[in-house]
Design a protein around this ligand. Structure first.
Ligand code: CMP
Length: 143
């Protein structure tokens, strides 16, 4: 069983797309393990996007990601990292094909609605940045 960090970005929250995005992940068969609506501080943005520091899109990206609430989530399931990224679609809005979340709803590469970890290493790192162990739920699997 794999875990990944997924986040509805400020544009997705403001456009009322939390439910649509959660629905697609649930329909795929993944299970929500933790979730919260929160604001990302500039300090947290700097940690989360450390790998992009120095790139031309870094400053506007930090401004965007701190501009409103995000919906941070941890999802689990078999191959959830790769499969959730397939559901998301490509980062570049011109390459995100219809049928994916970005392909259906995003028309800008920065305002691309959702973030998803791209490897087991980044999933572990990002989950640790955003969530404490006590924020995870335990399912009793009675149903
Ligand atoms: P994500 O892959 O979640 O994390 C890095 C973010 O930087 C990416 O989503 C986009 O929101 C943004 N980004 C990446 N490339 C560009 C780009 N060329 N122009 C503008 N924003 C970008």
């Amino acid at each position: 069983m794999e875990r990944t960090f997924l986040m509805v970005k400020p544009d997705g929250v403001q456009r009322g797309l939390i439910g649509e995005i959660v629905r697609r992940l649930e329909r795929k068969g993944f299970q929500l393990a933790a979730a919260k609506l929160m604001r990302i501080t500039p300090e947290l943005a700097e940690i989360h996007y450390a790998e992009h520091k120095g790139k031309d899109f870094y400053a506007p990206l930090v401004e965007f990601i701190t501009s409103g609430p995000v919906f941070a989530m941890v999802w689990e399931g078999d191959q959830v990292i790769a499969l959730s990224r397939a559901l998301m679609g490509k980062t570049n809005c011109l390459e995100a094909i219809p049928g994916t979340i970005r392909g259906d709803f995003a028309s800008h590469t920065r305002f691309n609605l959702i973030h998803g970890s791209d490897s087991p290493e980044s999933a572990e790192r990002e989950i640790g940045i955003f969530f404490k162990p006590e924020e995870f739920v335990v399912y009793d699997r009675a149903i």
